[in-house]
Ligand binder design. Structure first.
Ligand SMILES: [Zn+2]
Length: 174
């Protein structure tokens, strides 16, 4: 169940004003600005891409973008995802649902912070959240340990430490 934190404002004209502004917005950035001014804690982080080990996430995003005729833009990691009612109506979350729909159509991928986090090193790549990663290892869906670092940065770190080792070894003698 979603928390009550992101409910529509009770004032109807405020609500319809915000929705209209989002429908008229010509870019995703505009929508991000609007939603941030309404719910300042909703947008948690943004990432440029998924980690190389997350092909299914990337392909799913690419497919959705293709069907909207747009290129993938950014991954927006949000505090909480809200859902449509079973009958297809937006219920009390029409502002957030409109934002999510519009952003998706502009090429953004919206994911909850319970699923994703940013690489600790480059802070531009989305990796699986620790809980999800550990859960997947338990279910034998992954075998690598959670490090908090994307595979690209992990590769870079390994290369740097390899290169610097002879220098480190030599220094006590100097
Ligand atoms: Zn990284």
């Amino acid at each position: 169940m979603p928390s009550r934190q992101y409910l529509d404002p009770t004032d109807v004209s405020t609500k319809s004003g915000i929705i209209l502004a989002m429908k008229r917005a010509k870019t995703g950035i505009e929508i991000l600005r609007i939603i941030n001014s309404v719910f300042s804690t909703w947008i948690y982080d943004t990432a440029e891409k998924f980690d190389g080990s997350m092909g299914a996430f990337h392909n799913n995003w690419k497919t959705i973008c293709k069907s909207s005729g747009v290129k993938p833009k950014d991954i927006v990691i949000v505090d909480e995802i809200v859902y449509y009612n079973k009958d297809g109506t937006q219920g009390e979350f029409s502002i957030l649902l409109t934002a999510m729909d519009r952003l998706t159509r502009f090429g953004y991928c919206i994911r909850a912070k319970t699923d994703l986090e940013l690489c600790n090193t480059c802070e531009s790549v989305a990796i699986l959240a620790k809980k999800v990663h550990v859960w997947m290892v338990e279910k034998n869906q992954r075998s690598d340990k959670y490090t908090g670092i994307c595979s690209h940065c992990a590769g870079k770190v390994a290369t740097i430490s390899k290169l610097s080792r002879p220098v480190n070894n030599a220094s006590p003698l100097d």
